[in-house]
Design a binder for this molecule. Structure first.
Ligand code: C2E
Ligand code: MG
Ligand code: MG
Length: 610
């Protein structure tokens, strides 16, 4: 930057001189030449400093080498002529996955700086490690035109790390130290290894990282398919993890679906994020088990670092576990690096879980009802049942807090069943005495529940028990319900259809990006997520999105419901777009049974939005 500014100044001076035809031109030219000389001197110092300390290369945007300094030639053992014009791939050692390079290219072609550690192969076949920073150089339109890479040789440290890992791994001989399903080292071995790693790392002032990995929904897989399938999945996961981690770290099986990965020598914190992403990517591919059974699973990962988060394996493990638990209750298929604030959140989560377990029996749960209006007629078409929890210990806990915890702990199954039965019973009573025309009740069902084999059996049982006409029940599911098991989902939806129960996709638009599945699913309506609706009156992009969803839904014979209506302006826009049903605070907040009944007549009027 410094050198470029100087050069720009010199050029500016030259141009001014040419324009002005100044009488002092000779003197000024001399000054200019002096400036160029000093700029070039500065530049050569800079280049000298760079060339003597780091490996410098420039490539075009396809990775063809345009410049290689001496250090690059020395380390790669190619001479300059052999490197220039060749693709950088000639140095590929085969160590990194395609995905690793895909992510790197994605970042630099977007014009962002990439940093990471790369294992390369020299001309003679020997291996070297370089810590690499790739800086994209961009043109006036902000497009990368060239990539400058600066590398330092970290071979020595990496080889020491590989040796350390191999030492730990070779100690695979004692039965007591191994898990017999995966043949991975076990918890006992972890404790022993960590003591060794910690003392080794302290001596060399290096960092180490502990990854605590727990499979999402493993309990459901075990419950649905049996323990043999569960064990087989664990074995396959172990295999994938071990192959991917290689000599960078050691994988341990802890218990059940818990794995630990220890990376004993971590150069920088950025590497940790890179490693965590690489592990998450491993789970994007389906696991094929015996009898061609295909199962998707994902991990939640918590990470703690030595020495930042603890000096002994107990605290490192505890902190990684805390971070994992929060990754899981947050969104799953995710990783969190530990920080101190997490302890408070963790305690709150445990507290909620503890009290939620007793909430059903203790009658602490209640249903609130929020109407859905037909936009054409102004009549109430449906009512959504929304769960409320007033805990004597914790006060009112919102669903956004306790539903994810209930999903994590499996409690959601009994919660949803409780809601389903209560809502069906209520709607049966209302339709018998209260409404002038049939009104549907909508019940939210979590993906964890909907994915259970025989979910439609649960619905049928409740319908039989309460005697509600199936046409007066609607199930709301989110896109997560069929994200990776579309076929099973279609089977279940078809059975619900046969029963006469309708299904809506809730929070539509924020989840799964592919619209292809919509054609295949036997569903009845789309509820556009409220984030699109709320900004509509002021944001034309959101109008365009809602319009596109409405056209698409109508093409597929689906009803469009807009949730989160807070103003009358939005209703007018939705009316013009041809939306079918509306729901939101502007019409009515979710209300307890009695208030809903009292307000029903007021709500059920066209004047509300005309
Ligand atoms: P959802 O199914 O999308 O429900 C709509 C949420 O938006 C409700 O929040 C509702 O109170 C809120 N809402 C309605 N109109 C407006 C509006 O105009 N403005 C704003 N800002 N919000 C509005 P709630 O009751 O807190 O529920 C949150 C989520 O929790 C629900 O989202 C649903 O996913 C879940 N949930 C609630 N009850 C149950 C249940 O019984 N079972 C399951 N599995 N999930 C439930
Ligand atoms: Mg809903
Ligand atoms: Mg919703």
């Amino acid at each position: 930057m410094f050198a470029t500014n100087q050069l720009t100044n010199v050029i500016d001076t030259f141009q001014t001189l040419m324009r002005n035809n100044d009488i002092k031109i000779n003197q000024n030219l001399q000054e200019c030449i002096q400036q160029i000389y000093s700029f070039l001197t500065d530049f050569s110092y800079l280049k000298h400093a760079l060339d003597s300390s780091v490996i410098v290369a420039a490539t075009d945007i396809s990775g063809n080498i345009l410049y290689a300094n001496d250090k690059f030639c020395q380390l790669s053992k190619y001479n300059r002529e052999e490197l220039l014009g060749k693709n950088h791939r000639i140095l590929n050692s085969g160590h990194h996955s395609k995905d690793f390079f895909d992510r790197m290219w994605k970042k630099i072609t977007k014009g962002e700086i990439w940093e990471g550690e790369i294992k390369n192969k020299a001309k003679d076949g020997s291996i070297y490690w370089v810590k690499t920073t790739i800086v994209p150089l961009k043109n006036e339109s902000d497009q990368p035109v060239m990539f400058m890479s600066l590398r330092t040789d970290i071979t020595e440290g990496k080889l020491a790390q590989e040796k350390l890992v191999t030492t730990l791994q070779n100690d695979f001989h004692h039965m007591a130290f191994h898990d017999n399903i995966t043949n991975l080292p076990n918890r006992r071995k972890f404790n022993e290894d960590m003591a060794y790693i910690i003392s080794n790392a302290s001596e060399n002032q290096r960092k180490a990282a502990v990854f605590f990995l727990d499979l999402d929904r493993f309990k459901q897989i075990n419950d649905s398919f049996g323990h043999t399938v569960g064990d087989h999945l664990i074995k396959e996961v172990a295999y994938r993890l071990k192959a991917a981690v290689g000599t960078n770290g050691v994988v341990y099986r802890f218990a059940g679906d818990e794995f630990i990965i220890v990376f004993p020598d971590i150069e920088t914190n950025e590497i940790i994020h890179e490693l965590a992403k690489q592990i998450l990517v491993l789970f994007e591919e389906v696991f094929i088990l015996k009898n061609k059974l295909e199962i998707y699973t994902s991990p939640s990962i918590g990470i703690s670092l030595f020495p930042e988060h603890g000096n002994d394996y107990d605290s490192l493990l505890k902190h990684a576990d805390t971070a994992m638990y929060l990754a899981k209750s947050n969104s799953r298929n995710n990783y969190f690096v530990y920080n101190q604030d997490m302890n408070l959140q963790y305690e709150e989560t445990l507290l909620i879980e503890h009290h939620l377990r007793k909430a059903i029996e203790s009658d602490e749960l209640e249903l609130y009802y929020q109407p859905k209006l037909n936009l054409k007629t102004g009549n109430i078409n449906g009512v959504e049942a929304l769960l409320r929890w007033n805990s004597p210990f914790l006060g009112n806990v919102p669903p956004s807090k306790f539903i994810p915890i209930a999903e994590d702990t499996g409690l959601i199954i009994s919660l949803d069943e409780w809601v389903l039965e209560k809502a069906c019973q209520q709607n049966k009573d209302w339709n018998r005495i209260g409404f002038s025309h049939p009104v549907k009740i909508a019940v939210n069902i979590s993906p964890q529940h909907f994915r259970l084999p025989n979910f439609e059996g649960v619905v049928k049982k409740v319908l039989d028990k309460t005697g509600l006409n199936p046409n007066l029940l609607e199930i709301e599911i989110t896109e997560h319900s069929f994200i990776d098991n579309t076929e099973e989902c279609i089977t279940c939806l078809t059975k619900l259809n046969k029963l006469g129960v309708s299904v809506a996709i809730d929070d539509f638009g924020i989840g799964y990006s592919s619209l292809n599945y919509l054609r295949k699913l036997p569903i009845h309506s789309l509820k556009i997520d409220r984030t699109f609706i709320q900004e509509m009156a002021v944001n034309s992009d959101d109008i365009a999105i809602v319009k596109a969803i409405t056209i698409l839904a109508h093409e597929l014979n689906l009803k469009v419901v807009a949730e989160g209506i807070e103003t009358s302006e939005v209703i007018q826009v939705l009316d013009q777009l041809g939306c079918d049903e509306i729901q939101g605070y502007y019409i009515s907040r979710p209300l307890p049974k009695k208030e809903f009944e009292q307000n029903f007549r007021k709500i059920n009027m066209k004047e509300i939005y005309h």
